[in-house]
Design a protein around this ligand. Sequence first.
Ligand code: AMP
Ligand code: MG
Length: 363
Amino acid sequence: MRPHEKYFRIRPTAVILVIFVTLALATCSKKPQTFITGTTHSMGTVVNISIYSAEQTADLEQLYLQAVQAMEEVSAHAAGFRQGSELYDLNQSAGDAEGFVVSPILLDLLLKSQEAYQLTSGAFDPTVAPLVSAYNFAYDSKTGEKSTPHPLTAQQVSALLPLVGFSKVLVDEEKSKVYLPAGMSIDLGAIAKGYAADMACGRVAEEISGVMVEIGGDIAIRGDKPDGEPWQVAIADPRRPQETLVELLLTGDCGVATSGDYERYFEVDGIRYSHIIDPKTGLPAHYMVSVTVMAPTAALADALATGIFVLGIEPGLALVEQLPGVEVLIYTEEDGELGAHYSSGFEKFLADDEDREQIGYSN
Ligand code: AMP
Ligand code: MG
């Protein structure tokens, strides 16, 4: 997932909105539906929103703007590299024995991050931030521009590793206070986009039939389309991200997120080192090409995709098999060939036989 951290204001003129009204034919059993779909920017990346209603009177444009607003709120709290965001200020408080009072949004994100940290045995760990910065994977705090990543020496890595470990951060839920040890900092880039997609869906879900929000490839879905058709979600080819590798058909509430080595990386001796850091070794993970997770929420899918990218194939699959409502599709690469690995329930979400063939499924 390509972050996140660069901040864009909502520019209503840049929002492309398309409203369709579909009236069911008298002979057709499908229910009538109205929908709005649009593209904009939030959290430094492209956002697509589709909202469906069975009510012809629903003010879909207004709901669309509410969904965008929800994402902007998450960005204002969670974009850690951006000066002026709440997370930036929390990071500035490192070492302060008084702790830092956090907003309900940031508290919720940190508690969800703690859950993901525990679930993945520490593979998902937002305190990798000092390493992310040292490798130059971080974004400039003022301009939001990307910089050029580079390797670190073994000495540089071992000097920073003591600053990593989410268990060293105290999150006091009752007092809404966070105590961040000196020198440590937090990067929520691996969960914030999924969380923002969930928030955007949640903001409008009550008033409509179904909504899908995609933010930089991470997707949240709430409800269904009135005509009963499933939601179609395309998984990009990790080596040709403009092209679709497989298509999923989904219904109901869920999230889908992908972590890949193709977003930000550097190469040494032909090996690609990604922007996802193994918190135990301090080294960029390089065992997989992409990890796509389906989960009950997009925040969980986002965090698990990053964590599994670090964990590796076998531990990643074993973890997913234990988690209800969670599936995974992992791609590795050997001699230029992609290899698919997937959890036991993944295949039933594939759109057709061509997709099953693509992942090498046989029953
Ligand atoms: P994603 O694209 O969701 O996998 O998130 C990747 C981003 O999360 C990186 O650009 C870093 O900012 C941050 N990150 C890197 N490694 C980790 C990790 N092991 N756990 C949590 N966040 C990480
Ligand atoms: Mg993630």
